[in-house]
Design a protein around this ligand. Sequence first.
Ligand SMILES: Nc1ncnc2c1ncn2[C@@H]1O[C@H](COP(=O)(O)OP(=O)(O)OP(=O)(O)O)[C@@H](O)[C@H]1O
Ligand SMILES: [Mg+2]
Length: 223
Amino acid sequence: MIELQNVAMSYGGSELLSEMTLKLVPGSFHFLTGPSGAGKTTFLKLCYAELLPSAGHLALFGRDVRGLGRDDIAGLRQKIGVVHQDCQFLDHLPVAENVALPLSVAHRPVDPAELRELLGWVGLKTQAGALPPQLSGGERQRAALARAVMMSPDVILADEPTGNLDWEMSLRLLSLLVELNKMGKTVVIATHDLNLIRTAKSQVAARVLRIANRRLQLAGADL
Ligand SMILES: Nc1ncnc2c1ncn2[C@@H]1O[C@H](COP(=O)(O)OP(=O)(O)OP(=O)(O)O)[C@@H](O)[C@H]1O
Ligand SMILES: [Mg+2]
């Protein structure tokens, strides 16, 4: 569903990422690691066509991103849920409305029962009416995950979803992502946290991608 062939990416200067070839198949679970500044967020942005490759071929759901117009990209994005590294919300809107925002933006009706169920799934039922600044870091991350799955995407891309969380909350976030994967969704998680990766490997058939020396490598089983 996400296929890269010899993809390179640069922001104008020299190449940040080179010669990336990879196929993310439906139902797979990947971690993405690499040092700060290696290009993890950039890689994820390619995966949801926020950025276009500077060279090579990138296909999303079988369609080359180069031939896509704005409406095509908007359509594809509905199949991809993103948890951004700096999860931002509209601070004047309650949590429930923020979570439902992808539907409102797509002019699709919001089913209140479904929204309640989703908030319950991430453990934010009682915070539904709170404003985002009133949430803790872990609550914000869970709200961001709920927002990412609001459109029932096939793929979830999570950029450091446990970045500022304590271990217990990281595990909780991880278990939600594992649950989504068990429902058949493709999951990619960018993280520095090797303990999280080790823990996940006991729960799910996760593979580890590592960005090193501008290349994307599939890490061995040595983690
Ligand atoms: N819009 C941009 N324009 C120019 N350079 C950028 C842009 N976005 C990112 N970069 C640069 O590209 C490099 C990779 O950034 P990226 O955010 O992809 O790294 P990362 O692996 O996600 O890092 P971190 O672990 O700190 O989140 C960095 O050197 C960054 O400064
Ligand atoms: Mg990043």
